[in-house]
Design a protein around this ligand. Structure first.
Ligand SMILES: C[S@@+](CC[C@H](N)C(=O)[O-])C[C@H]1O[C@@H](n2cnc3c(N)ncnc32)[C@H](O)[C@@H]1O
Length: 277
């Protein structure tokens, strides 16, 4: 039997999702919400979306169902070296300058934040770019913090196992250097090698949290194709937090269809979708 969702119920979920994640679901997403959540209602023998809402907000004291709800509604599309202009700019400008400037001040620490990292292709692409730099990485203390709201995608990211058809954007030389071919039931997959994995720390972090748990500042931040789901107010707040958590001259990379135009910010425009503190 089909479980319908009426406008009032949809409104409850719209508000809950907005308050918990900043994701702004328009009315056009009603059917999508219904189709993604129906299975969860059935699994819990619930007969209406109102009951499911009450289950999340009143009965489930663990908070786990809320995490699952957010897992279900988030869009996690990503790929290796997505929006290649960013990776060209990294290898031609950002990384050479960063290594050079750190050397001058005798510092060996580099910190990068990949916010909204989805299933890991983005932070692994950044770690490949770092590994291609003409420096002895073993002499450097480099960490990429890769965060997402969804526990489901973080699990996949941590595993670092990808089907062959997900690897199209990776040059062959890099594929051979940084991946190992799967065997047995993983024979159609490739796994990221530990040299890249060790550079990355995956954590769950909600970008709409008031305070982020960081002490130091980042040398650059990727937050691409995430703010597109937020309204202007949430975007403005987040961008000012990125500013605060970036080192001076640090870069912010955003998605190809995003812009800081109309957002109150102190960032300097460098080129489309790239900004600097
Ligand atoms: C479309 S993916 C973008 C992935 C990657 N940055 C890229 O551009 O290829 C958007 C990601 O943002 C995450 N996301 C959405 N709302 C979030 C929030 N409030 N806090 C943290 N991550 C969020 C989603 O779970 C999803 O994995």
């Amino acid at each position: 039997m089909d479980i319908d969702i009426n406008d009032k119920e949809f409104g409850l979920f719209q508000r809950l999702i907005y308050n918990e994640s900043g994701i702004n679901l328009t009315s056009a997403k009603k059917e999508l919400l219904k189709s993604r959540l129906t299975k969860r209602l059935r699994e819990r023998s619930l007969i209406s979306f109102k009951e499911y809402y009450q289950y999340i907000t009143e009965k489930d004291t663990t908070g786990e169902e809320l995490v699952s709800l957010l897992d279900c509604i988030s869009t996690n599309l990503t790929e290796f070296f997505r929006e290649s202009v960013h990776f060209d700019f990294l290898s031609e400008k950002v990384l050479p300058d960063l290594f050079e400037n750190k050397r001058k001040i005798r510092e060996k620490k580099i910190r990068i934040w990949c916010a909204g990292c989805s299933t890991g292709e983005e932070p692994y692409s950044i770690s490949m770019m770092l590994s291609e730099c003409p420096v002895h990485l073993s002499e450097w203390d480099i960490k990429i913090l890769a965060t997402d709201l969804s526990t489901r995608v973080l699990k996949k990211a941590t595993q670092g196992i990808y089907a062959k058809d997900r690897l199209k954007g990776i040059p062959l030389q890099m594929l051979n250097t940084y991946f190992k071919k799967g065997v047995h039931n993983l024979k159609d997959c490739y796994q990221i090698k530990d040299s890249l994995k060790n550079m990355i720390v995956f954590r769950r972090l909600n970008l709409t949290d008031e305070i982020f748990p960081f002490k130091g500042q980042f040398d650059f931040i990727f937050c691409r194709n995430v703010m597109i789901y937020f309204d202007k107010q949430t975007q403005t707040k987040l961008v000012s937090k990125f500013y605060k958590h970036l080192a001076l001259d640090g870069y912010l990379f955003i998605g190809h269809s995003e812009s800081l135009a109309g957002t109150e910010t102190r960032f300097r425009y460098v080129r489309p979708t790239i900004y600097q503190k």
